[in-house]
Ligand binder design. Structure first.
Ligand code: ACO
Length: 328
């Protein structure tokens, strides 16, 4: 068996141009800029223009990641899209991305692990490379969450945004790249974040639409407490699994769900603020896209450099959680 490492060869992202500020939301729901900023850290978010789908954003992010990696589209062996907002229930959004890219040699499938989807994707995709089944794998986190939000529900509509981020995985030297991944789930907490209708349990019908059951329902408080604990524990486990500690981390790239959750995780790791990548103020929670978009921005701005040790950590619907330790 070949024991080479698996690394991130390139990173890219794509964001809709359309910005919706807290002040814009004040005009449509009973909320205010001060509440949103202090409770969540969010100032504005992107909302995809009509007609733009998850696969459109995913394709743009993938093209940017391939250009960054210097990898041609015909070299891509596998496309994994992590999303909770697929273009359609069937087939997988990854198949639309495959067609839009013209990635004729690629297999394609989706992962639904909520906001942890990108970390699940890294873990799954890296196994294919490690096993020498594939050499070039695209992992994409992409969401158009604006289409599954109840814009009259102030407890959810203020939190989320649209966007996509992507990485190209490939073989690297042993000891480089993705050093460890830890994943977890607790389905007994599924009810804390879910969409009741539109699946086999409650197929979409007039009653389900009238009851607004096709929109996201969330128990924010329960998730908040869970998230603070899960983010800290899973990152520590992923580090300990390879004999490293919190002092070894150069940058934490957490899922961007709430600034207060991120800050609690930061304190647990004794990290100064400048070692934690935060962009929730500009994008809100982009679910599976949050981590790769934050990673891409931090690389473009020169904060994260090749050789840095990164802790990527997320939590989300399922409930799920996961962390990846990456020597970038
Ligand atoms: N504007 C003004 N007031 C509001 C708003 C709003 N947008 N939303 C809620 N309120 C009110 C509530 O009605 C409540 O009023 P009351 O005290 O009179 O009853 C008050 O503000 C406090 O509400 P809480 O829900 O207790 O506020 P909290 O401080 O917990 O913040 C929040 C809510 C921001 C949702 C927080 O719980 C949170 O971020 N939870 C985590 C959610 C999360 O991470 N979800 C994503 C998971 S990842 C994925 O897979 C998508």
């Amino acid at each position: 068996m070949n024991l080479h490492g698996v690394g991130i060869l390139g990173v890219g992202s794509a964001l809709p141009a359309n910005i919706v500020t807290n002040l814009d939301l004040e005009k449509t729901v009973d909320t205010n800029d001060e509440w949103i900023r202090t409770r969540t850290g969010i100032c504005e978010r992107r909302v995809a223009e009509e007609g733009i789908t998850t696969s459109d954003l995913a394709t743009k992010a993938a093209q940017a990641a391939m250009a960054d990696a210097g990898v041609g589209v015909e070299e891509i062996d596998l496309i994994v899209v992590a999303t909770v907002t697929p273009d359609v229930p069937l087939p997988a959004t990854a198949c639309y991305v495959q067609a839009k890219l013209g990635a004729v040699n690629a297999a394609a499938f989706d992962i639904n692990a909520g906001c942890t989807g990108f970390i699940y994707g890294l873990s799954v995709g890296s196994q294919f490379v490690k096993a020498c089944v594939y050499r070039r794998v695209l992992i994409i986190g992409a969401e158009v969450l604006s289409r599954i939000l109840d814009w009259s529900d102030r407890s959810t509509c203020i939190l989320f945004g649209d966007g996509a981020g992507a990485v190209v995985l490939g073989p690297v030297a042993e000891g480089q790249g993705i050093l460890n991944c830890k994943l977890g789930s607790d389905g007994s907490l599924a009810h804390t974040l879910y969409i009741p209708a539109g699946g086999a349990k409650i197929p979409t019908c007039q009653e389900s639409v009238e009851a607004r059951q096709h929109y996201v329902k969330m128990s924010g408080n329960e998730i908040f407490k869970f998230a603070v604990r899960a983010m800290g524990e899973v990152t520590a486990e992923a580090l300990e699994g390879i004999g490293l500690g919190k002092e070894d981390i150069d940058f934490l790239v957490p899922h961007q769900a709430n600034h207060r959750i991120i800050d609690a995780a930061r304190k647990r790791f004794d990290l100064p603020e400048d070692k934690v990548i935060v962009n929730i103020d500009r994008y809100g929670n982009m679910s599976a896209a949050s981590i790769p978009v934050a990673l891409d921005e931090a690389i473009r701005s020169g904060r994260i450099k090749r050789g840095d040790l990164l802790g990527l950590v997320g939590f989300g619907a399922g409930l799920t959680w996961g962390a990846a330790i990456v020597r970038f």
